[in-house]
Design a protein around this ligand. Sequence first.
Ligand SMILES: [Zn+2]
Length: 374
Amino acid sequence: MDYPSKHIRKLPAKKIVAILATMVLCLIFSSATFAEDLGWPVTFKHSPRLSISPDQNSGKKTVLYDSGPSNPIKRAWDTALISGSGATPELSFQISRSEAKNQWSAWKVAPLHVSQDGRFWTKATLNRSPGALRVRVLGKTLPHAFKILEIAVFHASPESGGQVSNNLRVSFQLPQNSVWPRPLIHSRKEWHARKPTNPYDPSSPQYITIHHTSGIQTYSLAKTLREVRFVQDFQMDGRGWWDIGYHFLIDASGNIIEGRPENVQGSHTKGFNVNNLGIALLGDYNPPVNDRVTPKQMDALIALIRYLSSKYNIPSSAIKGHRDYDQTACPGSDAYALLPALRALNSQAYPLNFHPAIIAAEVLTQPIHWDSAR
Ligand SMILES: [Zn+2]
């Protein structure tokens, strides 16, 4: 996902390490909050408290969860964005920001957007100012599966499009090879994609950047399609982008889902979106969640990267992870570790194991086995 880079880059290395080390926020039921590349990371001094009021069954809404104060946030922000799973519509979220001398702003209600299967996001906007964040959840009962997956703050900067910043130029081109087969890609229609709110900017892909969604890892196609639609709602309504930011998303069963059309500019790597294809693995591949990239997911990623890099002549050096551009955990350590193997694809050292989720029927004439150790 997207992340403003200018400010973070100026931090001394020690501080960055400290921020990374404290980015983990243990939550209830050994679930955790991991605030990372959606904005500026929000960390908390103490483990968030879970306070369940004794009269929670009285039918009144009570404070079910209180994060306590986050660590100080020195940069000015105006928006807090929170996402997670396992919510019910009766819950409500509120945020507050520290002001001078241990004063806190009045609680601001953050409207809850929750899907039928409990995926939720919520945001609240204040005036632009620095200050620590505090989040609380009110309701009658905290659902057992409730998890906050991400908390971030930023200043709202809707997608502007067409920005040619930090543009990278490819200095060489690979020899023209034949194009690898196009794997099966589930269309926008299948997940009932909303139309973009603005015309796309055209793109001539020269880079591929791997992300994770910092959301849930899904296996069934039906659940994956719902999750992709959730990501679109979250990025359009939460972040104010014109459409889902990624060009492709891949689930744990190797299903590849179309995001933005591949020939238009995405919104996934702030400052480096020009001619850059964004591929997101559904899930969170970084501690403490530690989803693992499955072999089928890896196969799908290989099939997709081979197809795209051969079609657009993208050199292996232009295949990177989001964290290569920015101070972010994205795409998570487990996914990031795959990058050297993905860059070696053009050497044909990794024959592809086609399986039903990614099979391109017109191309598969004989089984190919992927014999990597993974
Ligand atoms: Zn990312």
